[in-house]
Design a protein around this ligand. Structure first.
Ligand code: ATP
Ligand code: LTN
Length: 334
């Protein structure tokens, strides 16, 4: 019997400071999966340069994202934690897969459509082909599952289509990956405009909570979060602001909408908001403390990303070689 554990791949771009959305929608779920699956978690720095990055900030944030992974509970002994640019098979695999992906498919990606509206003509070609790099990330390890927030589902489905196309054209090569979207917290909303996703690239800092925000900042941002004039704590689509704060509490504590509604019956929003802030602070404070310690110990971080790169290189080169051979490239050695 095949005892192979299922493989999981996921990543976050070091393109800005990580938000509570990244924490709840991605990292917190990964932590729950690490015992059951063979997991690779990557800091996807190659993805980050699809938009302008300051070299110094990129370097610093790449290490901070790795530190956040570890501080949130991803154990380096159990998982392969690495930095994408340390593993060249991602870029090379992406080139090969580019040649099996249609312009039409990429043009239909909603994230591209949104971002191209924002950047206009000066949008980089990288932003257009970025889902192919993401497909390479996933396919170079034959990942079975890809735990992501809801906004990334379309990209994982594209990776699956590209994999199937390659398999049909040549012979079975890739496992067909599936998105894995957690039932709660898959889309944490913007605190100022609760009908859109909380995003680290948003300009208004009151729109998001950062994983590294100090307690007083978290209190201030939650107290300013947009709600409504109804004044009842109810889990309803008509009250997106309140619903979002409830979703945050639910994802962090495992409580239910009914319990929250009951607790705040007849009490308005002030206490509810205060408690939401304290719940977030209680969750993030220990993570922040550990991140700061880890960033002081660069040798330890280096040891982890080097070991991760070595393992990831070994695994991804095997699949890259297989692809090259099927496509018809001449191997340099047998
Ligand atoms: P940007 O907002 O700058 O476009 P992003 O945060 O969406 O970036 P990533 O940092 O690469 O992009 O996202 C990493 C992971 O976090 C993905 O799995 C994504 O689905 C998840 N994620 C991001 N924002 C949210 C959110 N608001 N709610 C739930 N999950 C989220
Ligand atoms: N595109 C993703 C980040 C990402 C990713 C991946 C997620 C890059 N490569 C591979 C899962 C698997 C985003 O959230 N913006």
């Amino acid at each position: 019997m095949d005892e192979r554990k299922k493989v999981i791949f996921s990543g976050i771009q070091p393109s800005g400071n990580l938000t509570l959305g990244n924490y709840i929608g991605a990292i917190k779920n990964w932590v729950k999966l690490q015992d059951e699956y063979d997991c690779l978690f990557c800091v996807v720095d190659l993805h980050a340069i699809t938009v302008k990055q300051e070299p110094k900030d990129l370097r610093q944030r790449t290490l901070e994202v790795l530190a956040i992974y570890i501080a949130s509970g991803l154990e380096p002994e159990k998982n392969t934690l690495f930095i994408q640019s340390h593993v060249p098979a991602h870029s090379e695999g992406a080139w090969l897969l580019n040649c099996f992906t249609y312009m039409g498919e990429l043009g239909r990606m909603t994230q591209f459509k949104d971002k191209s509206q924002k950047y206009g003509e000066s949008i980089s070609a990288g932003l257009f082909t970025y889902p192919v790099l993401m497909a390479a990330d996933i396919l170079m390890y034959n990942a079975d599952l890809v735990p992501v927030g809801k906004d990334q589902k379309q990209h994982v489905e594209l990776a699956r289509d590209i994999a199937a196309r390659f398999n049909n054209l040549y012979s079975p090569t890739f496992t067909l990956p599936e998105p894995y979207i957690a039932p709660t917290g898959a889309k944490i909303m913007d605190l100022q405009e609760p009908t859109k996703k909380m995003s680290k690239s948003e300009e208004n800092a009151n729109s998001y909570i950062l994983i590294m925000d100090p307690p007083e900042v978290i209190r201030k941002k939650i107290s300013r979060a947009v709600t409504d004039s109804l004044g009842v704590v109810k889990y309803s689509d008509e009250q997106p602001g309140v619903k979002n704060l409830m979703n945050i509490i639910i994802s962090l504590t495992g409580t239910t909408p009914e319990e929250i509604e009951k607790k705040y019956e007849g009490r308005g929003y002030a206490d509810f908001k205060k408690d939401t802030a304290e719940t977030i602070i209680a969750e993030l404070e220990p993570v922040q403390k550990r991140v700061k310690e880890l960033l002081e110990d660069k040798t330890y971080l280096e040891q982890i990303y080097k070991a991760g790169a070595e393992k990831a290189n070994y695994l991804s080169m095997k699949i890259l070689r297989k692809m090259q051979k099927k496509i018809g490239f001449i191997p340099v050695s047998k």
